[in-house]
Design a protein around this ligand. Structure first.
Ligand code: NAD
Ligand code: MN
Length: 357
């Protein structure tokens, strides 16, 4: 029996509702695989805890998580706690301390879901965005001078390091090679952002020397977002800095079915530290407690976790089970036009996953 330890952080709002279903999927995977066991510990690190104790996570939170094989994260956020606290005091420290420098977001239109893009189907929307996850434009560097005067000056720095750029670009090339792509699409803006972006392009070409069969294609970010909408079929692997990747991935979620289905992984490729898998969506206070959240984003994120842990065949049957349920179409949550509850939808998905046993 192979055992994996998983830290679960359900969070707030619909986070715990979708995590519960994701854990049921893991239990089904244990049965189907037969030689696999997940030891799951749950941590109540959320906004409620913040309001009670003044901290999102305990002081030794990072130390507590370090020994786990992976982290399954729901969503955090509450109307009573400023968003910068829930993000900067929980999610960002985990991403940074564990060198989760890859934010991996599959942009894949699932069978049975209609894209808001007219005339674009599942063969057109099937790519992956690799977003830099630790530096770049989100570097917490800068300042304000002469605040409140007409002479106020605000500086926000972007920090790009050689190591930080190289490792994410290398990961993107490797992924492109694994997927058999001829191209790697690179988000840039070297015509206007005249230090960081020419550097980013240079590093892309340098790293590319080891990937001769893959041609880097540079797109200025403004043109790139337009192509996501007009020609999504030209993409296979797209790599971008922290800010550009953030924008691209939310747009990617929108063209492929919306927040209810979009998964992500925060990955430390060296597996020196645990990686974290989470739905892209937030805690959705508007529907929390109603039992109608779409569980697909969290279940698909769990599939990404299984792939990372070395079980691609288990990862695949989860996505197949999700697609079979969508194609059948009878059971779905309201965001996809149905009337089913979170649990009914997840149970149907699990029933379909079990058919691959
Ligand atoms: P949100 O993703 O929570 O919700 C946006 C809209 O999408 C809402 O109408 C919501 O009902 C809907 N939605 C989201 N997930 C859904 C699902 N699984 N099924 C059906 N509908 C779904 O974004 P928001 O409203 O901007 O933010 C709410 C809170 O979540 C804020 O506090 C924000 O900071 C936080 N947030 C957290 C994360 C995270 O934990 N990584 C990410 C984004 C937002
Ligand atoms: Mn975003």
């Amino acid at each position: 029996m192979v055992k994996h330890t998983i830290a679960s952080i359900p969070g707030d709002g619909i986070g715990p509702e979708v995590i519960e279903e994701a854990i049921k999927v893991l239990r089904a995977v244990e049965e189907i695989h037969g030689n696999l066991q997940f030891e799951i510990d749950s941590y109540d690190w959320n906004c409620k805890r913040y309001l009670e104790t003044g901290r999102m996570m305990p002081e030794d939170g990072i130390k507590t998580l370090a020994p786990y094989d992976a982290i399954l994260f729901g969503a955090v956020g509450s109307p009573e706690v400023p968003d910068h606290i829930s993000v900067w005091e929980l999610i960002l420290p985990i991403r940074r301390e564990f060198q989760q420098y890859i934010n991996l977001r599959p942009i894949k239109l699932l069978k049975g879901i209609e894209s808001p893009l007219a005339n674009k189907g599942i063969e057109d929307i099937d790519f992956v965005v690799v977003r830099e996850n630790t530096e770049g434009e989100y570097s917490n560097s800068g300042g304000r001078l002469h605040v409140g005067t007409p002479y106020e000056v605000v500086v926000q720095n972007s920090v790009f390091t050689k190591m930080g750029s190289e490792r994410v670009i290398k990961y993107a090339y490797e992924l492109a090679r694994k997927r058999g792509s001829k191209h790697l699409s690179v988000a840039t803006k070297s015509n206007a952002i005249n230090f960081s972006m020419p550097f980013w392009d240079e590093v892309t070409k340098e790293v590319g020397v080891d990937y001769k069969e893959i041609e880097p294609k540079f797109y200025h970010i403004d043109a790139l977002v337009a192509f996501f909408v007009s020609k999504p079929e030209i993409f296979d692997v797209v790599v971008g800095s922290n800010l550009f990747g953030d924008i691209l991935t939310d747009l990617g979620a929108a063209i492929s079915g919306g927040l209810g289905t979009a998964p992500s992984g925060n990955i430390n490729p060296e597996k020196k530290y645990p990686s974290m898998f989470e739905a892209i969506h937030g805690s959705a206070p508007d529907i929390a407690g109603k039992g109608i959240a779409n569980p697909i984003a969290q279940i698909w994120s769990t599939s990404l976790m299984l792939e990372h842990l070395g079980y691609p065949e288990m990862a695949k049957i989860i996505v197949d089970g999700i697609e079979d349920t969508l194609v059948d179409g009878k059971v779905r949550t309201p965001d996809l036009g149905g009337t089913a509850s979170t649990t009914e939808f997840a149970d149907k998905i699990i029933e379909n996953i079990r058919k691959y046993a």
